[in-house]
Design a protein around this ligand. Structure first.
Ligand code: THU
Length: 134
């Protein structure tokens, strides 16, 4: 799958964002080694601090369906004027799934005019993960 296709999947997911409090619709799309894609979007709550980020929702969907690795790329889209980068908590959540499968996924941080392509290891260096516990 191309970067553009993965980004389109993330944008599509953002159409289902439930973000009435921030009005900041985020989409995430996870690409796996077998070619499958799992999407997520942010889900907010009247108790504001309980908002779930798009990336965390996507990882939760994937793991609930049995994924335990194979994460090769992640696209994140937002409505802002800058490429959106995953928040700190989402970096840690993504790291759990990535480290289980021994991959360092590409992270596509999508803005209106620019896609910043980085890696999870660059965004979360020296990460604590499942390998740290053995
Ligand atoms: N948000 C995400 O979905 N992913 C991130 O990585 C950053 C922030 C959401 C949370 C909240 O619903 C809205 O964006 C504004 O912070």
């Amino acid at each position: 799958m191309s970067d553009d296709d993965l980004i389109a999947a993330a944008r599509g997911a953002a159409a289902n964002s439930y973000s009435p409090y921030s009005n900041f619709a985020v989409g995430a799309a996870l690409l796996f080694a077998d070619g499958s894609v799992v999407t997520g979007t942010n889900i907010e709550n009247a108790s504001y601090g309980l908002a779930l980020c798009a990336e965390t929702v996507a990882v939760s969907k994937a793991m609930a369906d049995g994924a335990r690795g194979g994460l090769v790329a992640v696209a994140v889209t937002g409505p802002g004027e800058m490429p959106i980068t995953p928040c700190g908590r989402c970096r840690q959540v993504l790291n759990e799934l990535a480290q289980l499968g021994g991959t360092d996924p590409a992270i596509l941080c999508v803005g209106p005019d620019e896609v910043r392509r980085t890696t999870l290891a660059a965004l979360l260096p020296e990460a604590f993960g499942p390998a740290s516990l053995v």
